[in-house]
Design a protein around this ligand. Structure first.
Ligand code: FE2
Length: 176
């Protein structure tokens, strides 16, 4: 199956009556054969937005070894399927005493799929010695919704923009 076909299937699923379930089924089926999925997408070596409109955003994601994406929300539901490498997702929830506290962690390797709701907050780290690649599908226009970044250690939250993202990415604790 080509990338174009996969994108077309996901677009149809996202516009259908049961988008969360149907998108997940497509992603699960795709990464069930991780080697084939990896061959299909090749190795661009960076994030690629394959498609975005009001109903769905489809990303090829690339995390290099040791890379950590700071904690963030999405405002839309998402499904992640991994076909190369291994990533750790740390999920956070509101702490009654203020700020956020870690609620769980989920490790994803080739063949694994994870879905989360619009209010989920997570950070993602590539924990393999090779890059981690996967398909990320969000049920909305991810680049235009107003999202939030979180500095967990400082208990601070801020708009998700390039400046805040780069600053949090550059701090030592996220690259250790
Ligand atoms: Fe995310």
């Amino acid at each position: 199956m080509s990338v174009d076909t996969i994108v077309a299937q996901l677009r149809a699923a996202a516009a259908g009556k049961t988008p969360i379930k149907d998108v997940r089924t497509i992603v699960e089926t795709l990464v069930a054969d991780p080697e084939r999925a990896a061959n299909t997408f090749g190795d661009p070596g960076e994030d690629v937005i394959l498609f975005e409109d009001e109903t769905v955003s489809i990303w090829y994601c690339h995390f290099h070894p040791g890379m950590s994406v700071p904690a963030h929300d999405h405002q839309v539901s998402g499904t992640i399927g991994v076909f190369r490498g291994r990533e750790r997702n740390d999920f956070f929830e509101a702490d009654p005493s203020g700020g956020l506290r870690k609620s769980s962690d989920v490790f994803l390797g080739p063949g694994d799929t994870l879905s989360f709701g619009p209010s989920a907050i997570h950070s993602v780290s590539c924990v393999s010695e090779t890059p981690c690649n996967g398909l990320h599908v969000y049920l909305g226009p991810l680049t235009t919704v107003e999202r939030t970044l979180f500095d967990i250690d400082k208990g601070a939250e801020m708009p998700f923009d390039d400046e805040n993202y780069d600053r949090l990415m550059a701090s030592d604790r996220f690259t250790a």
